[in-house]
Design a protein around this ligand. Structure first.
Ligand SMILES: Nc1ncnc2c1ncn2[C@@H]1O[C@H](COP(=O)(O)OP(=O)(O)OP(=O)(O)O)[C@@H](O)[C@H]1O
Length: 467
């Protein structure tokens, strides 16, 4: 069965401004916590994210959830379609295609003159705009009559919204319901046929294939209004490392779990239905129901993490970022919590981004693993392949750093040399200052992020040489 994407990030950048050290410092510097990351996470999988402290793992998790407004790039969510969710940006872009494409063209011109100096803000707006617009237009990005293209795309969009609406109440045994649904589907198919005709005229345009391949119905999270983002956050949750500091000490377990449910108007505050629902979630997470009136300090670390999991689960999410979710726990409790997460994943149809500095934990839980270094992804592959056939020198060094005889000390601290500053990272491949195999080209050029084998992505000049 083909794997379906749930999340896709493209060229994602998250830069944090650094406070100026003196009054005379003119240039604004940035911590490049995420510096051009492109990965996808499939529905139903656990994607493990590893790398030394400070490489940007937590930042990536938070940017995907849009807890930080991303500096650059695209984050697309496929758990719902634009037809189902109907975010405002779709109509805005399609009704103003000429203006939007004008913005893109301006950004292309600006990129030609901007040198994108090392310490300045990224000037790759053009790439982000291209993705944003082409996701809605496909090859019609290059239509000569943008008004006609926009109208045809809007018509198809509205037809798709109607299909999505009818699908919610579709009763296949009810003739009227079925007929209405089939008619809506037919209308959408007709609209798509019209789009295909219009696209014929653009096919000769250079770039058509690229734009057409981006056309899909995912939701661009960076384009949502604050309120749309808030509502969609039901689907996208996070479990933090330190369960104590992330739980409000003045709230009971019941209040902690119910907070978001009430805010999202799923239940009435104080209702019996709410209490029954909370007890059900608590039991799913291995918490006795009589804990409901207790406060966080009355629990052990493992139990507190179960409360954090119950809170994340309350809104029935589709995707959970587990940010060092078991790192603060004893090894025996770690495995209990990991088993709980595995169990819930199956039962609740979840997808995880599992962030950890501990490769042995990630190995156990992940379907695929991504390795980060200083704001960049250096390798991504199915879990087994990362362990059996690692390709990037950094991944190899990380694996060598796992002690085999002392299960209690698995910190990844054995790599030689200090991690360079993310404010002023080395040129070329950021790892070259610590890499045993560094060549001249590594100091000068950023290695390409490319698929060296099916599903095995690496950014390393050594592999380019092997071609
Ligand atoms: N809100 C913030 N403001 C400024 N800088 C930040 C912020 N959050 C993270 N950073 C910086 O971004 C870089 C990446 O941090 P991040 O927490 O994402 O790394 P990490 O890989 O998760 O590390 P750890 O495992 O230690 O949490 C670090 O240099 C950090 O100091």
């Amino acid at each position: 069965m083909a794997k379906e994407k749930l999340i896709e990030v493209t060229n994602l950048k998250q830069y944090f401004p650094v406070k100026k050290s003196s009054w005379f410092q003119k240039e604004q510097l940035y911590v490049k916590a995420n510096d051009g990351i492109s990965i996808h996470i499939n529905k139903g999988e656990t994607y493990g994210l590893v790398g030394e402290s400070g490489c940007g793992k937590s930042t990536l998790g938070r940017v995907i959830l849009q807890l930080y407004p991303q500096t650059q790039g695209n984050t697309v969510y496929y758990g719902r379609t634009i037809y189902e969710y109907q975010p405002q940006y779709v109509e805005r872009v399609l009704k103003n295609l000429d203006k939007e494409i004008g913005k893109y063209k301006k950004a292309v011109e600006k990129a030609k003159t901007d040198t994108n100096s090392v310490n300045n803000f990224p000037a790759d707006d053009a790439d982000r705009l291209f993705h944003q617009i082409a996701r809605l237009t496909g090859g019609l990005f290059y239509a000569s009559d943008l008004k006609a293209a926009g109208d045809a795309l809007l018509e198809e969009y509205h037809a798709g919204c109607e299909v999505a609406k009818l699908a919610e109440t579709l009763d296949v045994n009810n003739t009227a319901s079925r007929t209405a649904y089939e008619a809506a589907e037919k209308k959408q198919a007709d609209c798509r046929a019209k789009l295909d005709k219009l696209k014929e005229a653009c096919k000769s345009h250079e770039g058509f294939d690229k734009a057409e391949s981006l056309w899909d119905q995912g939701i661009d999270l960076g384009m949502l209004t604050r309120e749309e983002g808030r509502v969609l956050r039901q689907d996208l949750q996070i479990i933090f490392q330190d369960p104590y500091s992330s739980l409000n000490p003045r709230m009971t377990v019941g209040q902690i779990i119910s907070e978001a449910l009430v805010a999202h108007k799923k239940f009435k505050k104080g209702s019996q239905e709410l209490e029954d629902y909370i007890i059900d979630i608590m039991e799913k997470c291995g918490l006795d129901k009589y804990f409901i009136h207790r406060y966080p300090h009355q629990f052990s670390g493992g139990q507190r993490q179960r409360i954090g999991i119950a809170r994340a689960l309350a809104l029935n999410p589709k995707f959970i970022v587990c940010d060092e979710a078991v790192s603060a726990l004893d090894v025996s409790i770690q495995s209990q919590v990991i088993n709980l997460l595995q169990d819930l994943k199956e039962k609740e149809d979840l997808t995880y981004l599992f962030i950890s500095h501990d490769l042995s934990v990630v190995k156990y839980i992940s379907d695929r693993i991504g390795v980060m270094y200083l704001g960049n992804m250096v390798e991504s592959a199915p879990s087994e392949r990362i362990f059996k056939n690692p390709k990037h020198p950094y991944t190899i060094a990380l694996l060598e750093a796992i002690p085999t005889t002392e299960p209690d000390s698995k910190e990844l601290a054995i790599l030689e040399g200090d991690i360079p500053s993310p404010v002023n990272p080395p040129t070329g491949c950021k790892f070259h200052t610590r890499c045993k195999h560094a060549m001249d080209i590594c100091k000068a050029e950023c290695p390409r992020w490319r698929e060296v084998e099916p599903e095995h992505w690496v950014a390393c000049h050594l592999l380019d040489n092997n071609e």
